[in-house]
Design a protein around this ligand. Structure first.
Ligand SMILES: [Zn+2]
Length: 296
């Protein structure tokens, strides 16, 4: 997981019949490799039309327009997911297929990999698992697609799949919610204790709001390192999973070196800096773990 911004880079919405033309051309372009076996186009407006009432199209858009789509339909007691289509930039490299093969090996069903447009905003490279339930997807930044080797991208995808297989998004949501409740509780304890000495009428006195903010701030200073420590544990286990799945520590190490150089990561952060700011283990530690894996 690479944090906030992953979901907002793409706008998602449900498709309607007004999207027919854009969908037909995207799906046909995306499925072109199959046309060795299939005569003609994968789909046309007539075949697409009934799907708008039978199921739902989820569309992903970026500044260039329609970037991807997937179709979901409930058939009896089962869900059907199909017509996963991506802009050709992602397909041409065989990444979609490679990803689905990885997902199979991992026993996970991942909706798809999507190109994540960062190039015009930053030189940083990134990949992320985003969404929950039916909107789950793996995002790979265009900056990463352009500069990383396929082996390196595969190992990064495997890392993101690990987050999916381990249910890290859900664990994170539950953990952070629990922290939030605990934080509010502690803040209320502080407020109750401080109300009388501070000359407030009670805990519900509006004049106590600054005190509440102060207490909440103090609590979060303590809680954030706890959340980061959990996140780093998730990341270490996702790295182990990626190494086991790909058996390619060399690609892992070179991907880490690229990430560090591109994202200007500090290779030797101090302990305190780690506690306060690091949701991922330092690159040096991640590389050391891969070297240990390589050594067997
Ligand atoms: Zn991660």
């Amino acid at each position: 997981m690479s944090g906030a911004g992953a979901i907002s880079a793409f706008r998602e919405r449900f498709g309607g019949s007004e999207d027919t033309d854009a969908l037909v051309s995207l799906i046909n372009v995306a499925f072109r490799p199959e046309q060795v076996a299939i005569e003609g186009d994968r789909i046309n407006a007539e075949k697409l039309q009934p799907l708008f009432s039978e199921g739902r199209f989820i569309l992903l858009e970026d500044h260039q327009g329609l970037a991807g789509c997937v179709y979901a339909e409930v058939r009896g007691k089962r869900g059907y997911v199909g017509l996963l289509s991506l802009r050709p930039a992602l397909h041409g490299r065989g990444l979609g297929r490679r990803l689905m093969a990885l997902a199979d090996r991992a026993g996970a069903r991942v909706l798809g990999a999507y190109e994540w447009g960062l190039g015009d905003k930053t030189k940083k490279a990134n990949a992320a698992l985003a969404g929950i339930g039916g909107t789950r997807r793996i995002l790979v930044s265009d900056t990463m697609l352009a500069e990383y080797s396929d082996d390196e991208i595969e190992v990064v995808l495997a890392h993101e799949i690990a987050h999916h297989v381990h249910g890290d998004i859900w664990k994170g949501i539950v953990f952070e919610s629990a922290l939030l409740v605990l934080g509010f509780y502690l803040a209320s304890v502080v407020l109750r204790a401080a109300a009388a000495p501070a000359g407030l009428l009670g805990v519900d006195d509006v004049a106590g709001l600054p005190l509440l903010m102060l207490a909440a701030g103090a609590v979060s200073v303590v809680m954030v390192p706890v959340a980061h420590a959990m996140s780093r544990a998730f990341e270490r286990s996702a790295d182990r999973f990626a190494l086991n799945l790909t058996r390619n520590p060399n690609a892992f190490i070179s991907a880490m070196r690229r990430l560090a150089a591109q994202n200007l990561a500090e290779e030797h952060p101090s302990r305190v800096v780690q506690w306060l700011f690091y949701s991922h283990p330092p690159i040096r530690d991640r590389i050391a773990a891969a070297q240990a894996f390589r050594a067997g």
